[in-house]
Design a protein around this ligand. Structure first.
Ligand code: GUN
Ligand code: FE
Length: 392
């Protein structure tokens, strides 16, 4: 290595893999933290759809996306799997922002055309339009690579089953296969959403997604709090990953994802912020919530029940497991060589300062302290593919 490439860490600094946000809605950044006391469908109808509709305005899109990408990098997120909006011009602005600031990004044009479940001012006009626009975005991202390079992958993105017609779901499954692309959606997120799909199809989300060719080993499904044992087995057999979004789930999930059980059964699981169902752009904060929620699942919440009846045994996870979700779990879910500091992996890295370095602890405990105490200010340098993309 050339001398000027050698970076020497200070005694209170540590080198960690960059984090992988496996589920984030880029257009929702301006409303992070708003209306989280509302039920999911109300929050979508009254806050989220009106906000996303504003991305027809490309200046607004640029303003938001050029703030969000650096914010995520500053929080140590080197790769993000993004939902955009229905608007391809705005989606391309997000792609260009990721390239400009050096983030590894996977971006989906959101498909949503079901007139019963989407407002007239914010929907694809028909299944044909949803599919045409999705294909157009795939080609626009390819053209962008030829023009300016970068690390952006287009993603097939049915918003969730309620907002899509059968024709769109089927067509998107076919597009994913034809172009060999990753797929993302929401799956069995809440009681309302899970029941809506049962009423419409007599099936669970996982079965419906599978029927339309949307459960593959390149699929990442957000939330999955209402998945049953058979759904989880179907996910395993297809190699489909779950984006666990613990902060968002505390508001909208109507339950806690049994991460420990899913990992023990070898389901693929990573971590997502779900901005703005989750308010925080930091995967550190999401790791903390993952540990807290798993502990609450194990203990239970209703003290009228006896302790042995209250919770779900063997549900706790350690901070090391949460760290795994934010790194290797995410990389394996996306099938990318990242998430580990190891020969053969991409150099997606963060240098973090231990602000409590003056209090010595067992070296085996330092990671845990970093995961609980690190905030934006302690993240000193961030690299994507060996390139410095943030410095503080
Ligand atoms: N289900 C459909 N759309 C959304 C969304 O934007 N956020 C969340 N959390 N769930 C959804
Ligand atoms: Fe989401």
């Amino acid at each position: 290595m050339k001398q000027d490439h050698l970076l020497v860490l200070a005694s209170d600094e540590y080198l960690l893999p960059g984090f992988i946000d496996l589920h984030i809605h880029a257009p929702q950044w301006p409303q992070a933290g708003l209306a989280l006391d509302r039920p999911l469908n109300e929050w979508l109808d009254q806050y989220t759809f009106p906000l996303e509709a504003r991305y027809q305005d490309t200046e607004f899109a640029q303003q938001v996306y050029e703030r969000l990408v650096p914010e995520l990098l500053a929080n140590g997120t080197t790769t993000a799997l993004y939902f955009g909006t229905i608007h391809n011009t705005a989606n391309l602005i997000l792609a260009k922002a990721a390239i400009k600031f050096g983030q590894r990004a996977l971006i989906g044009k959101v498909a949503m055309d079901n007139p019963n479940q989407t407002p007239e001012y914010y929907r694809d006009d028909s299944a044909k339009v949803a599919l045409q626009q999705t294909e157009q975005f795939i080609q626009q991202v390819e053209a962008l690579h030829v023009d300016i390079g970068g690390n952006v992958t287009p993603v097939i993105t049915p918003r969730f089953i309620p907002s899509c017609t059968d024709e769109t779901l089927l067509g998107l499954g076919q597009l994913a296969q034809r172009y060999d692309l990753p797929i993302q959606s929401h799956c069995s997120e809440s009681n309302w959403e899970h029941q809506f799909v049962i009423d419409r199809f007599g099936l669970h989300d996982a079965q419906v997604l599978d029927k339309f060719g949307l459960l593959t080993n390149r699929s990442v499904m957000a939330h999955a709090t209402q998945l049953d044992t058979q759904d989880a087995a179907l996910f395993r057999s297809r190699g489909t990953a779950i984006a666990h979004c613990p902060i968002s789930n505390a508001y909208f999930g109507n339950g806690v994802l049994p991460v420990n059980r899913l990992l023990n059964q070898h389901n693929k699981v990573g971590l997502g912020s779900d901005i703005s169902g989750g308010y925080s752009p930091s995967l550190y904060e999401n790791c903390r919530q993952a540990v807290q929620s798993a502990r609450i699942l194990e203990d239970g919440v209703d003290t009228k029940l006896s302790p042995e009846k209250r919770g779900v045994i063997n549900s706790r996870i350690s901070m090391k497991t949460a760290f795994y979700l934010a790194t290797t779990g995410g990389a394996d879910s996306l099938n990318i060589p990242a998430g580990k500091i190891e020969v053969g992996k991409m150099a997606d890295l963060q240098i973090v300062q231990d602000q409590n370095n003056c209090f010595s602890v067992d070296p085996a405990d330092v990671l845990e302290r970093l995961m609980y105490q690190t905030n934006r200010n302690n993240i000193k340098k961030v690299f994507v593919g060996g390139q410095l993309v943030h410095q503080n």
